[in-house]
Design a protein around this ligand. Sequence first.
Ligand SMILES: [Zn+2]
Length: 142
Amino acid sequence: MSPTVKNVVMLVVIVGALVAAGFFFFTRGKKETTYPKTGFETQWICEKCGKHYELSPAQYKEWLDSPDRRRRDPNYPANLVVFWCDDCKTFSVVRARIDASGNWVITQDSEGRRIQTEAAQPTGRKGAAGPKKSESENPEQK
Ligand SMILES: [Zn+2]
């Protein structure tokens, strides 16, 4: 092996090591910033006192991993996330969503029971559908 070839091989090895180091550094750095501290907040409500909690992804992850913040009970489904309420001193904070009027509503309580919202009830929809149909017929007559 000539000295020139040796140098080229050495250079390739060094560059390769640098690229690998850079790659590992980059992916590790990326992992740490997976959960942003602002934006993409999720809404949570205490079903007992109605207190609103808005969690950033970073805070959600922190609560999720904390044994004091998240209820861990084998009697409930694993995907049912219930958090601790500071005011009630119980696990009663459940996922909420914002409805069309901007109100925070619970769709599932801490027991995992589905909660029927007004919009989801068939009786409410039937009444609203009546006048809407006649309204849509008017433009066709013009
Ligand atoms: Zn509460």
